[in-house]
Ligand binder design. Structure first.
Ligand code: GLU
Length: 294
């Protein structure tokens, strides 16, 4: 059972484009979950990818959400301002002996996957483990030679350490985590000293999020987050993965659907209540302040 007094939800967009109707659905979903429980709704700007994120998109996100009638707890957490938190999580994982440097490029990984006989689409993003076997001396030599590397999680060692893990999805019940499916995930790169998986896990813990609501495209990723929580000693939130909005042709809405941006809908003359209804929240008419307070 969720302790209604402590429910904290969040909406965590990346400022890489304008928000569309699918984002409105996700934001309203999290907002309503907090509101129904008398809890808090937080906003987090996921801007670790400095190459793709833009300040003007961030201000547009705040303006679009405010126009929709949402309010949120402050301060808004911006991931780029918290790199030290991700560094300290990395240091803890490194102390546990669970990280290793990987010098592979995408091209060498593709070649290795092909050599092992798996079709790339079967292997997906799963890393074949090439650099896991390097000796400490070899690693040190390559780092000293200035080779660029990423830090990967030794998945088998991590899973052996935590044992069986479960998490709860409000819609689909108890889940047994299978993070092995992701292989040795990258947790940091030279140009970006964190990754989606690491940043989201650290942030949800540090922001005290108790109910993570997000699209079902991230359902499997929760297994990795659950593993990182166990390794880092964080509490595990409850999850509620919701369906994604689809367009008339059955495709999920994406940044390319310019006509479905909140800005375009507003400019077409729709009211905020009409856009909330299009996003599946016709009942969210009586929107009042939420998210203030400690
Ligand atoms: N920033 C992610 C996105 O825009 C959401 C991350 C999450 O909810 O865990 O898809």
């Amino acid at each position: 059972m969720i302790d209604s007094l402590r429910v904290v939800t969040r909406f965590a967009p990346s400022p890489t484009g304008r928000l569309h109707l699918g984002h409105a659905h996700a934001a309203l979903f999290a907002w309503r979950a907090a509101r129904e429980a008398g809890g808090r709704f937080l906003l987090r700007i996921e801007d670790i990818d400095r190459g793709r994120c833009r300040a003007e998109y961030e201000s547009a996100i705040l303006a679009d959400l405010a126009w929709l009638g949402l309010t949120w707890g402050t301060p808004v957490r911006r991931q780029s301002a918290h790199m030290a938190d991700y560094e300290s999580a990395l240091a803890r994982l490194d102390d546990l002996g669970l990280l290793y440097p990987c010098f592979c490029t995408r091209a060498t990984i593709r070649a290795e996957v092909a050599r092992a006989g798996a079709a790339p689409h079967e292997a997906g993003e799963r890393y074949p483990g090439t650099c896991r076997a390097l000796s400490p001396a070899r690693r040190a030599a390559r780092i000293a030679a200035g080779e660029i590397y990423a830090l990967r999680l030794d998945m088998a060692a991590a899973v052996a350490r935590t044992g069986r893990l479960t998490w709860l999805d409000c819609a689909r019940g108890e889940q047994v985590a299978q993070p092995e499916r992701f292989g040795d995930v990258v947790l940091a790169r030279k140009a970006m000293r964190t990754s989606y998986h690491l940043a989201v896990t650290v942030d949800d813990a540090l922001q005290g999020v108790t109910l993570v609501t997000r699209g079902e495209d991230l359902f499997a990723a929760t297994d990795v987050h659950r593993l990182l929580q166990a390794l880092l000693g964080f509490a595990t939130p409850t999850y509620h993965h919701h369906q994604l909005l689809i367009d008339a042709s059955g495709r999920r809405l994406a940044k390319r659907d310019q006509a479905m941006t909140i800005a375009a809908l507003r400019e077409s003359g729709l009211t905020a209540a009409e856009v909330r209804a299009l996003a599946g929240f016709a009942d969210a008419a009586a929107i009042g302040p939420i998210g203030a307070g400690p």
